[in-house]
Design a protein around this ligand. Structure first.
Ligand SMILES: [Zn+2]
Length: 294
């Protein structure tokens, strides 16, 4: 699906790498009881969970055209990446570049790549394998990263820790630094008029969200502050992927409270289609995701 959404003069388009069932919900959300899962299976719209309770997840980027700049937000998992600890994502071969071409974006036209955080599934297409060497996919882009987030990921990588995130640092972040295309920014950096980042820590130590405000309309690219609609029905649910589950809960609940009932558009990093929606209070408790009028 290639729906284009406008936030004032900003045009936002979802570019999908892959959408498919992921982990069982109760593995990913350790505090989710069987009763809560049953409620979600009953109340959430179709396509959010498999009948056996696995999460349907999308891995996609958002292309934001500001009028001045073409910006790619979160670069998914990438092709050819060694991810032996994530067998379902090991040495993938997806037509992400074809999907980008359908959105009428040529790699050399991308002005900025922005990562809401530096986990492996948000930095993958930062680079691609060219003659056995990881090269920046977007040769003319500045890759904007929160300095707080980069410093943490860099320190973890240098500590010698071996996991999927440090592997991603090696093949998808370090080559960007070496190519001198990485730009480390403060937690209130404004990319273009009305589009700026905001700290929303917890999922990772330097996690950010990206706010867009234009011509009276507002949108927020939430990265992994929200992983799934389950977290709207039950906002207190943190995930095993959250670095600090308590802080992630506080940040997520504040974000939900801020945007619920406001009409602001939400652009989450992993919600399956229809991905873009609005947060509304839910009569039965918690909140619900309204994608109807988007
Ligand atoms: Zn993610």
């Amino acid at each position: 699906m290639m729906a284009v959404t406008q936030v004032g003069r900003y045009v936002v388009e979802r570019v999908v790498e892959v959408e498919r069932p992921y982990a069982p919900a109760r593995d990913f959300f350790p505090d989710l009881t069987q009763d809560m899962l049953t409620t979600c299976l009953r109340e959430l719209p179709g396509g959010q969970l498999t009948t056996e309770g696995r999460l349907q997840m999308s891995f996609h980027s958002f292309v934001v055209k500001t009028g001045r700049f073409t910006i790619l937000v979160d670069s998914c998992c990438g092709n050819d990446k060694e991810r032996p600890l994530r067998p379902g994502f090991h040495k993938m071969n997806n037509d992400f570049m074809g999907a980008l071409a359908k959105a009428k974006v040529k790699p050399e036209e991308v002005d900025y790549v922005m990562c809401t955080h530096l986990h492996w599934d948000h930095v993958g297409w930062n680079t691609r394998l060219v003659d056995g060497v990881w090269k920046p996919t977007f040769p003319n882009a500045k890759y904007l990263m929160s300095k707080t987030e980069f410093d943490h990921a860099d320190a973890t990588y240098r500590s010698g820790k071996k996991d999927t995130h440090t592997q991603a640092f090696e093949d998808s972040i370090d080559p960007i630094v070496r190519a001198k295309q990485a730009v480390l920014v403060a937690d209130d950096y404004e990319v273009d008029k009305g589009m700026s980042i905001e700290a929303c820590h917890g999922h990772t130590p330097g996690n950010i969200v990206i706010n867009i405000e234009s011509e009276g309309q507002c949108g927020v690219l939430t990265g992994d502050v929200l992983h799934h609609q389950i977290q709207l029905r039950y906002p207190e649910m943190s995930t095993t992927a959250d670095d600090d589950q308590k802080l992630a809960r506080v940040s997520r609940m504040a974000l939900i409270e801020k945007h619920a009932g406001t009409g602001h558009l939400i652009f989450p990093a992993h919600f399956p289609a229809p991905t873009i929606g609005r947060i509304e209070p839910n009569a039965a408790g918690g909140f619900r995701y309204d994608t109807d009028a988007v």
